[in-house]
Design a protein around this ligand. Sequence first.
Ligand code: PGA
Length: 272
Amino acid sequence: MRPFICAANWKLHKSPRETREFFQNFQTLNQEHKPSLDQSQSRSSLGRVRQAIFFVPAISLEAACENRGDYEIGLQNAYFEMSGAFTGENSISAAKELGVTWLLVGHSERRTLFRESGDILTRKVEAGLRSGMKVMLCVGETLTERESQKTMSVVEKQIVEGLSQESLKLILQKPQLLALAYEPVWAIGTGKVATPEQASEVHLFLREILSGRLGQISKEGTSLAATEIPILYGGSVKPENAKLLGGMPGIDGFLVGGASLVADQFQAIIDA
Ligand code: PGA
């Protein structure tokens, strides 16, 4: 069974000191909630093993890695070259040295504010997978696209663009290296959450697309690898809506922005 992943996307929040403080609070809370369970994994009322990942600002990665306990830490962005004359960029290999295991690619803020094109995202996914890092690829439509019935074609294009033949081959060998996050742009940071039905419909469609893409490159012409890839929902996830969304077919976790900044809110989402 696929794990249920609760991923925190801190964006540009929390200094190294605040990161240390957060983990101290979070570990204490977690011990109070689940004294008998492994720190990194707990079981929700829905019965699936839950894992937590923290995508923290690059400058706080070291503080996070030193205080993470058994949780996994991710980069919010990295360049596709490991080193060189790339002023201001983050290196995947340097982050690996700290103990970072995940890379977030294609968040809508990267696509729009930082103008990351399909080609750049493709290369970032390839670089992450090639280095053995786990990659979480984000996709999602804008409000205009949803209103003009383009949601499915937009997310399909983002998946096709994001996952090159090389990436698909690596995923076929090791499906646990990939997770997808469906984040409708109109739901990010707006308090407007997709209905459980809207989210579930897109998640089921994404798995079909993944299955088709992976099947095409497998020798047998079909592959079960897609069934192992978690697909997370993101966009205004809160303790109040987590249980309903998390119980929907095809939803394997959450990518949480605002509500992941407060330890007890994020814990409540994990426990939902
Ligand atoms: P939000 O952000 O939970 O604050 O809507 C989600 C995200 O941007 O990943």
